[in-house]
Design a protein around this ligand. Structure first.
Ligand SMILES: [Zn+2]
Length: 204
């Protein structure tokens, strides 16, 4: 079975991963975006050529981080510009979110017209509210190691789930195994659902 990786900073050797790139990347599918930490030093025009490339399957990581980076005002302006682009080009969005849930919930209401993926989802307290939206949850090694996450994993519908390795050296296969073990979901079933979700969101 194929192990799809929805967000990785390691160059994947196939088209089963979304490589987090800074520019056009021809050897695999990729995402490109201005990270909230860089919202005051990077410009949208730097990523525009890459966004239009056929291998660019998502805009990201974009988002809001209250603990790091420039002011929320600057981060929000950059995020909004990128959400407009995502809507215009009909691309999914990969979110980096740290302590900015109120802002996020109001954006979901007004701006979401494509799949939105919360990458490295690790905020179990937000789950009830997030389940009322249409966001997709991408789980990484840290998500599955958090004991508070383990008890809520089965509440995330299988059709709203993705897996990722992010910037870790972890093996994506291990993320599948850990999820399967933690939720008592047969591994074959996990593979099938993630494949379906990945292809529906990012295309083949
Ligand atoms: Zn990342």
């Amino acid at each position: 079975m194929k192990c799809y990786d929805a967000h990785t900073h390691t160059i994947p050797d196939n088209h089963m991963g979304i490589y987090q790139s800074d520019a056009v990347y021809t050897a695999s599918l990729f995402s490109v975006g201005v990270h909230p930490w860089q919202a005051d030093v990077k410009t949208l025009s730097e990523i525009i050529p890459a966004i239009h490339h056929q291998n660019c399957r998502a805009i990201g990581e974009v988002g809001l981080d209250r603990l790091r980076g420039p002011s929320m005002e600057i981060q929000l302006a950059m995020l909004l510009a990128q959400l407009n682009l995502a809507n215009e080009l009909q691309k999914p969005v990969i979110f980096h979110l740290v302590r900015a849930w109120d802002e996020f919930y109001s954006l979901v209401k007004s701006q979401q017209h494509t799949p939105w993926i919360i990458h490295g989802f690790n905020s179990p307290k937000q789950l009830p509210r997030l389940l009322q939206t249409k966001v997709i949850f991408s789980l990484g090694p840290a998500s599955l190691q958090n004991p508070h996450m383990q008890s809520i994993l089965t509440q995330i519908p299988l059709n709203r789930l993705l897996f990722e390795t992010d910037d870790t050296a972890s093996d994506i296969n291990q993320v599948y195994l850990d999820y399967s073990l933690a939720t008592s979901t047969p591994l074959e079933e996990v593979y099938a659902h993630i494949e379906q979700n990945f292809l529906a969101i990012f295309g083949a």
